[in-house]
Design a protein. Structure first.
Lengths: 284, 431, 259
């Protein structure tokens, strides 16, 4: 058993744990990237961040909103698509590959594409709206439209991820329960709700948990599309920590912010983990 | 696949990974150049290669994307990484890296350059820390098929009236479009604050850190001059409608794209954009553009104003003496070589820092004459940035509040800017 | 009927931005912003992008790293996932918790220490220096998902094999593994694609000797603007290898597809 864990553990320690510990060390000191004094200051950095109104009034709410909106939409779309693809039909190969196209584009490039698409002067979205007789919308000037665009981009990027994993899971399901229920005369919806869904639960729960944690840490697409603007109104947690560490070069505050975020997501994730264990028990 | 075969494949490929790619030790001297892939850098490097060929030196080019340039370079400098012998040094980072850079006072070419470029960004403890290789200057670009040189607005009133006229006549969709979103505040907010007699901190136009500290790091975006400038933009977008409603969300790319497509009559950008705006492959307005100086605001204290800064090559202090010597020779040569300097201007639109060459270009090149007249021959020349450690956070906070002010209600502008000013002062004062 | 319509609509929605990007890349440089206004098509952007320094090397390097990172990650995490699913021991719960814990911490807080560590180990800007961190990331992610797949596979067939005298390894290889093939292939696809498109590690951990495609694409972002005609052309070309891998592998996700 140890032989199974050891190589993975070694790699993990070297390339994740050690760097994280260095970062954690920085969070308790005064540490600017250009003037690393490294004087120990205890929890001062943490207090500064937790006391920052932008952090708790804008950044955290944005982050949670983004998390739940994006993962819910992605899950529903992915589940729907996977169910649709779970059969033979003409052009199935093309459909299955086409559906995975968003995964073949680097998120940053996709985000740049989206930014141009929603430009109020030359974007295709406003061009289409113009054809329909609707006034052009300055999408990236206000908080809620900007957040909407960011969430839309994330859903576009991650629906295929859900789709292929759920499709694979559907493929792995034992056929007997379905056949038995069909013989008993169960309809499509009942089949889905009482047989498919419970059997899918382990994979669904893992997917949701992973996506929620990743959504909490979203960075690339927000940075590319809005940079947290306008005026920090779409700033999410990773942008906040990144700005501290890499724009303002306050490595200490950046580390502290990252660890606070990690703490938050651990608590949220811990709750989810409990739900996951429960779900797995039920399905057994 | 059984376990043994699996381990063999793993081990074999790991070994391959360790072995490849093979690193050959250079036989001659090698200079590693850390730079951002950009036409100006590439032009400078083109000439570095000429020198290197003559002196039997190998140049290893290490491009680094702008997004992470500062972090990666700072990490390298502070950890004595030795990955680079010559690095790009932007005036913005003047004080961040001062202590890690080799003094370059012994590079003779510096004496040919305007001293203003160096003080204070490239001076640390009395010594020069970089060798400028291009001047970076912002200027107005306008459409010559829509406006005669004499028609280009000299005041803000003119600016609005001219734009409205052009729009009404159906000649162009928008009078002006410029970058506004963080970090591109220079092309709207900052130029207008400076053109209206204001500045980001007081005393006016002061950039020396000691003086700013003595004055208590007073941010000034809530001064009447700055407030008026923001109201100017609020009106341009919402009242006079001479700038697109999406402008607060525009990066310089958005604004440049609109200008190059012919949808705006005037824009504001670095002189180096001239090449791009004038390239028929990239721009639909190629051949129809010229440059002009800032339209001045009602509270302007000078007839004209412009900013003048530089990009420099610097040498990390931990490089070994032989390579330092070679690097200094190299940097000296590219700035004294007349062909290289002229090529820089012709190929990129960046001003060559060698002022002897500039004097000659004024005589021979009409376009250069126009560029100089619109920019560095203005009555007042300032630096377009500040050089204290907290500058990045300072100006980011500034732009955030400026954008917030311009996208909110007009009567909330003063309050938003006051809040911003207070925060900016706190940030600058933090040790 | 309803099925056909929904599938077509969904596919079109997912494909549209990519199609728009292909159209953009086919426009001359002056037409890459007002794409819908243009009427000209050209292949010049592709030629120019390919001619950029290190671009062809970058295609190879990214493919190399993606492939080997995928192979190694799968090898390690299939077994980890199996163990997590079948053995409810303290060790496995600790392992699970550890993976979970470190997944929570954002990349940015440890990316510079990672840079310094790799430099110190002397593997900065080498294939190994890129493979190891990618594998570490994938381990975190895949073990969970593999666990989920194995959780969904009833252990009865394995118990039956034990009774017949099969070893633990044997039951794993001969029974559990084949049943989990769709999941493994799906993870393989996701791993390959995510490494192919990965940016942060490629950016921080490489220099001049191991150019990666995403970093080469990022070079088109300058302080003074984005060379969108070149970036979109490169991104469109980058879809090529990704498309090939996906087309080939997705067959195996639905290998046992029954009517």
């Amino acid at each position: 058993m140890l032989a199974l864990i050891l190589p993975a553990l070694a790699i993990l320690i070297a390339f994740q744990i050690v760097p994280i510990l260095i970062g954690a060390n920085a969070s308790f000191r005064r540490w600017s990237l250009f003037d690393p004094q490294k004087t120990f200051v205890g929890l001062e950095n943490y207090a500064r961040i937790l006391g920052d109104p932008i952090f708790y009034r804008i950044v955290l709410p944005n982050t949670f909103l983004f998390m739940f909106a994006s993962v819910t939409a992605g899950l529903l779309a992915g589940l729907g698509l996977a169910l649709l693809l779970n059969r033979r039909f003409h052009g199935e190969r093309i459909a299955r590959t086409a559906v995975l196209l968003p995964l073949m584009v680097p998120p940053v490039v996709a985000a740049i594409m989206v930014t141009w698409m929603f430009n109020d002067q030359f974007g295709v979205v406003n061009a289409v709206l113009a054809v329909l007789g609707i006034e052009p919308v300055p999408w990236l000037v206000s908080r809620w439209t900007s957040l909407g665009i960011v969430i839309l981009t994330d859903v576009w990027l991650w629906t295929p991820w859900f789709t292929i994993l759920i499709l694979a899971a559907l493929q792995t399901l034992p056929p007997e329960p379905h056949e038995a229920a069909r013989i008993d005369g169960a309809g499509a919806w009942q089949l889905f709700r009482n047989i498919t869904l419970p059997l899918l639960r382990p994979v669904l729960m893992v997917c949701i948990t992973i996506r929620l944690i990743d959504a909490f840490r979203v960075f690339d697409i927000v940075w590319t599309i809005t940079k947290g603007g306008p005026a920090r109104s779409t700033e999410v947690f990773s942008i906040y920590a990144y700005k501290q560490a890499f724009v303002y070069l306050n490595f200490d505050l950046g580390s502290a912010a990252s660890l606070i975020g990690a703490g938050i997501i651990m608590v949220v994730g811990g709750v989810l983990y409990k739900a996951l264990s429960y779900a797995v028990e039920v399905s057994r | 696949m059984n376990r043994r075969r699996f381990l063999k494949v793993t081990g074999g490929t790991l070994a391959l990974g360790v072995g490849a790619p093979a690193v050959s030790r250079a036989q001659s001297m090698e200079l590693k150049i850390g730079y951002m892939p950009h036409p100006i850098h590439e032009n400078s490097i083109k000439w570095m290669k000429v020198w290197a060929a003559e002196h039997k030196v190998t140049l290893t080019l290490v491009p680094t994307s702008y997004e992470v340039y500062v972090e990666k370079m700072t990490a390298n400098l502070t950890s004595r990484g030795g990955q680079y012998d010559v690095i790009w040094h932007n005036d913005d980072w003047g004080q961040l890296w001062g202590r890690y850079l080799e003094p370059v006072d012994d590079v003779a070419a510096i004496k040919k350059m305007n001293r203003f470029l160096y003080e204070p960004p490239f001076v640390w403890e009395g010594k020069d820390t970089g060798v400028a290789f291009v001047e970076t200057i912002g200027t107005f670009f306008y459409r010559t098929d829509l406006l005669k040189e004499s028609e280009f607005p000299k005041t803000w009133d003119d600016f609005v009236k001219t734009s409205q006229r052009l729009q009404k006549d159906g000649k162009v969709k928008w009078g002006f479009a410029g970058g506004m979103k963080y970090p591109h505040g220079w092309f709207t907010f900052f130029w207008s604050i400076w053109a209206n007699g204001g500045d980001l901190m007081m005393p006016l136009h002061e950039r020396r850190n000691e003086e700013l500290a003595k004055a208590g790091w007073k941010a000034a975006i809530d001064s009447p001059e700055a407030v008026q400038a923001v109201e100017f933009w609020w009106d341009n977008i919402k009242t006079h409608k001479i700038a697109p409603p999406g402008q607060p969300g525009y990066s310089r790319d958005d604004a440049n794209a609109i200008f190059m497509a012919g949808d705006s009559a005037i824009t504001m950008a670095d002189t180096t954009l001239y090449g791009k705006f004038n390239d028929p492959k990239q721009s639909k307005v190629a051949g129809k553009i010229s440059v002009a100086s800032f339209p001045m605001g009602p509270r302007a204290k000078f007839k004209s104003i412009a900013w003048r800064d530089a990009w420099a090559w610097a040498i990390p202090i931990h490089v070994d003496p032989a390579r330092k010597r070679a690097a200094k020779d190299l940097l000296n040569w590219i700035n004294l070589n007349k062909e290289a300097q002229v090529d820089l201007w012709k190929a990129t639109g960046g001003f060559p820092p060698n002022e002897d060459v500039q004097k000659e270009l004024i005589k021979t090149d009409a376009v250069f004459r126009k560029f100089r007249a619109a920019t560095v021959e203005s009555e007042k020349i300032i630096h377009g940035a500040y050089y204290f450690a907290r500058w990045p956070e300072f100006f980011a906070t500034g732009i955030d509040h400026l954008v917030q002010a311009v996208t909110g209600p007009r009567d909330g502008i003063k309050a938003t800017l006051a809040e911003g000013s207070k925060k900016m002062s706190e940030i600058a004062a933090r040790a | 009927m309803f099925f056909g319509l929904t599938i077509t609509a969904a596919t079109l929605l997912l494909v549209f931005p990519v199609a728009w990007m292909v159209l953009t890349a086919l426009r001359p440089a002056s037409g890459v912003f007002y794409v819908h206004r243009g009427t000209e098509f050209t292949l010049a952007n592709f030629a120019e992008a390919l001619a950029k320094p290190e671009m062809k090397e970058a295609f190879f390097n990214s493919a190399f790293i993606a492939t080997f990172a995928t192979i190694f990650s799968l090898a390690v995490t299939i077994t980890s996932g199996y163990m997590l699913s079948r053995f409810q021991s303290r060790a496995s719960r600790l392992w699970f918790g550890l993976i979970y814990l470190f997944r929570c911490i954002p990349y940015i807080s440890w990316v510079i220490p990672l840079y310094l560590l790799t430099q110190w180990l002397g593997i900065l800007d080498t294939y190994l220096g890129l493979l190891l961190p990618h594998i570490a990331i994938h381990i975190c992610f895949f073990s969970w998902i593999m666990k989920g797949f194995f959780d969904g596979i009833s252990p009865e067939a394995e118990y039956a094999a034990y009774i017949d005298g099969c070893s633990r390894w044997g039951a794993f290889f001969r029974i559990a593994l084949p049943m989990a093939t769709p999941g493994i292939v799906a993870l393989g696809i996701l791993s390959w694609l995510s490494t192919w498109n990965e940016f942060l590690f490629a950016l921080i951990l490489t220099g001049s000797r191991t150019s990666m495609l995403t970093v080469r694409m990022a070079q088109f972002v300058h302080e003074t603007g984005i060379e969108w005609h070149l970036m979109s052309a490169t991104a469109v070309m980058a879809i090529g290898p990704a498309l090939i891998v996906t087309l080939f592998a997705q067959e195996y996700v639905v290998k046992g597809l029954k009517v």
